[in-house]
Design a protein around this ligand. Structure first.
Ligand SMILES: Cc1cc2nc3c(=O)[nH]c(=O)nc-3n(C[C@H](O)[C@H](O)[C@H](O)COP(=O)(O)OP(=O)(O)OC[C@H]3O[C@@H](n4cnc5c(N)ncnc54)[C@H](O)[C@@H]3O)c2cc1C
Length: 382
């Protein structure tokens, strides 16, 4: 019986578990994550508007673990030793394995001076609730929204949710009849932010900002935040609420793990999602740096695709076969505005962006519902 350890309880980790169980009913699967819960991050953008409550996005995984015969170790991983064969946790336990899948997500580079004055929604439910509460307390003012990149690995960035927040706030304030009391400012170090979505998408997003009377401050990197202002390389401007997504790097246990890292500090993987140079160690999702086009997204969808390949390849390796499963790279994203959605699609052959549509807003809501059913009402894998 193979002993497999999975790190994380997010998109990549849980998809890996499903795929492992689909192909191996007997493997002993141990999943290490602080809590037996999945946080459905893509819907955090709906918390400030009250479309979702915190508990809607916190999915209890006890039933999923029982159905798939997963042993959950409730702890944080602090170290990986012996080339991946031993995983050490803050609970002072060490879990030995025959195969390892790392899906511990990314970490934000919170190095800018004054970063404590900015809220990063991707940090989770608490951050989204803080935005909601701060907004409710404000009578008027300027809201500055921006995102940064990992300077050593520009692909390790997440801009989509910040566009969603920006357009969502515009619609929310209009709905509340107080948009005229607020100034919305979008700032970014690039003169064409969101370039990975494709040229047409950038044009559409900038047009949308103009249409909505959202001021843009582009082409100058932020250098620091203060309680009431954003300071960039070129200027400073007042801000009563700063929403900022820094660039991402790999998990905190990565640097000491002995695994190969990318220039940006993520776990380097190959086209089979295998950690480069390691034996029976795989990575999926935001923890990893993968070969592929420069626009390859850091998305839940990619985490799922990589996790499927990782699980299949690990099982192959454990049974003496060469890993051959690869994953496709595609960007599929509905940029939601609370009322409409804009679909952005990109793969190596083509890319397109649709006009805003009410239908796409509901498609995003229904995708969430369907996706989460597998964890709310798990069924055994056949
Ligand atoms: C606001 C927002 C909107 C988004 N919108 C979309 C969207 O519309 N579409 C899309 O495809 N993607 C979207 N994303 C991106 C998507 O959520 C991420 O790409 C995805 O969550 C990555 O999956 P993952 O498995 O790599 O990591 P995560 O889902 O972040 O999971 C990481 C897991 O690892 C655990 N963990 C972390 N550190 C440790 C440790 N040391 N030891 C043990 N466990 C650890 C965490 O607790 C968590 O369970 C959005 C993200 C945000 C924040």
């Amino acid at each position: 019986m193979h002993r497999i350890t999975v790190i994380g309880a997010g998109f990549g980790a849980l998809t890996a578990v499903r795929e492992l169980r689909r192909h191996d009913q007997t493997a002993e699967i141990t999943l290490i994550a602080p809590k037996a819960e999945l946080i459905y991050l893509p819907s955090l953008i709906w918390i400030p508007a009250g479309i979702r409550q915190p508990e809607d996005l916190r999915i209890n995984l006890h039933a999923f673990f029982a159905t798939h015969k997963v042993k959950h170790v409730a702890a944080r991983v602090t170290a990986i030793e012996q080339g991946g064969r031993r995983v050490v946790t803050d609970g002072d336990t060490a879990v030995d394995n025959d195969g390892l899948i790392i899906a511990a997500g990314g970490r934000f580079l919170k190095k800018l001076p004054g970063i404590e004055h900015a809220i990063t929604i991707c940090e989770g439910i608490e951050a989204a609730v803080t935005i909601r509460d701060r907004l409710n307390d404000m009578q008027n003012g300027t809201i500055a929204v921006g995102f940064g990149a990992n300077p050593k690995e520009p692909a390790s960035v997440r801009g989509g949710p910040m566009f969603e927040l920006l357009f969502g706030l515009d619609n929310l304030l209009k709905r509340q009849g107080r948009r005229d009391k607020f100034k919305l400012v979008f700032f970014n170090g690039a003169s064409r932010p969101g370039a990975r979505l494709g040229d047409k998408a950038v044009d559409r997003l900038l047009d949308e900002m103009k249409k909505r009377d959202i001021e843009t401050r582009l082409g100058h990197k932020p250098v620091r935040f203060e309680a009431d202002k954003v300071v960039t390389e070129a200027e400073e401007f007042p801000a009563d609420l700063i929403l900022f997504m820094p660039g991402m790097t790999g998990p905190d246990f990565a640097p000491s793990s002995g695994l190969a890292l990318s220039s940006g500090g993520l776990i380097q993987a190959d086209e089979h999602a295998r950690a480069t140079g390691a034996e029976r160690v795989y990575v999926a999702g935001d923890s990893g740096s993968f070969p592929g086009p420069e626009w390859a997204p850091k998305q839940a969808h990619m985490a799922d695709l990589q996790a499927e390949a990782a699980a299949r390849n690990l099982l192959d390796e454990l049974t003496g076969r060469e890993p051959t499963h690869t994953f496709k790279t595609e960007l599929v994203c509905i940029i939601d505005t609370l009322e409409t959605g804009i679909l952005v699609f990109r793969n190596p052959k083509r890319g397109f962006i649709t006009p805003p549509s009410r239908l796409l807003h509901f498609a995003k809501r229904s995708f969430e519902h369907n996706y989460l059913q597998r964890y709310r009402r798990p069924k055994p894998m056949r």
